[in-house]
Design a protein. Structure first.
Length: 248
């Protein structure tokens, strides 16, 4: 969109999505609007009560927000919904060089403050962590992903999603040509997902959106994906898939 979200648009979209769903509805509703839920240009304030009313049947509601926007509006929305609110924040990486280049206007101090605020008000924290962030040495990519997930877990994250960075927007391809980015592989995602399983009580899951784009051979790729799906559901580790061609 070229400008602010028109008032009424988001409740209308959500209503059209929810109305035909079979009952009973799932326990959790996730409202990801490709922006900051508490940014008034992205979500008009006058739409918040209507969105909260549509969220009434759910026992938990997840919204996405920047750490800089965690404050009173979060509490106001939490008070409007009967279910528990969860706020998802993109920590992405604690690698100092990569974090600086990502230019998300967030340092660790701001993240820590946001996490502390949510914990004080019994609002759950979900965190996004990147695998294969630009400007991270590919040989150190898994290590920094695990370190970032551990950082989030120590600050109270209830759920952590490990998201492999995917090209396709042109910028990552430009960085790859300069030697600043290498797309992560499916085996790397497997290794990254293995270690944070012990970060209880945080639940750690590998993001499998477009997982077929991650590099792996035709023989082991499907087996690795199914293993990750099972681990996402159970939270338990499984014996690794072995492949002499693809193992990192």
């Amino acid at each position: 969109m070229d400008g602010p979200t028109p008032p009424g648009a988001l409740p209308a979209q959500l209503g059209r999505i929810l109305e035909p769903l079979e009952r009973p509805l799932p326990d959790r509703l996730k409202l990801y609007n490709a922006s900051n839920f508490f940014d008034h240009r992205a979500v008009p304030p006058e739409d918040i009560p209507a969105l909260a009313e549509l969220a009434r049947p759910f026992s938990a509601v997840t919204v996405e927000a920047h750490a800089n926007m965690i404050g009173q509006p979060v509490l106001e929305f939490a008070d409007l919904i009967p279910g528990r609110l969860e706020v998802a924040i993109g920590l992405e990486t604690i690698h100092p060089t990569a974090a600086q280049h990502l230019n998300k206007r967030m340092d660790l101090t701001r993240f820590d403050r946001a996490a502390e605020f949510l914990a004080e008000h019994d609002i759950a924290l979900r965190v996004f962590v990147l695998l294969g962030a630009p400007y991270v040495d590919p040989k150190e990519s898994v290590e920094w992903t695990v370190r970032t997930a551990e950082y989030a877990a120590r600050r109270g994250a209830a759920a952590i999603a490990l998201i492999p960075v995917r090209g396709g927007n042109g910028e990552l391809e430009r960085l790859a040509a300069l030697g600043h980015f290498a797309a992560p592989s499916l085996p790397q995602l497997e290794v990254a997902a293995k270690w944070p399983l012990g970060f209880a009580p945080a639940a750690v899951a590998a993001d499998l959106w477009d997982v077929d784009r991650l590099d792996a051979c035709a023989d082991c790729g499907p087996r690795r994906v199914e293993r990750l799906r099972r681990m996402n559901l159970t939270g338990c580790g499984e014996p690794p898939v072995s492949c002499s061609d693809c193992d990192p």
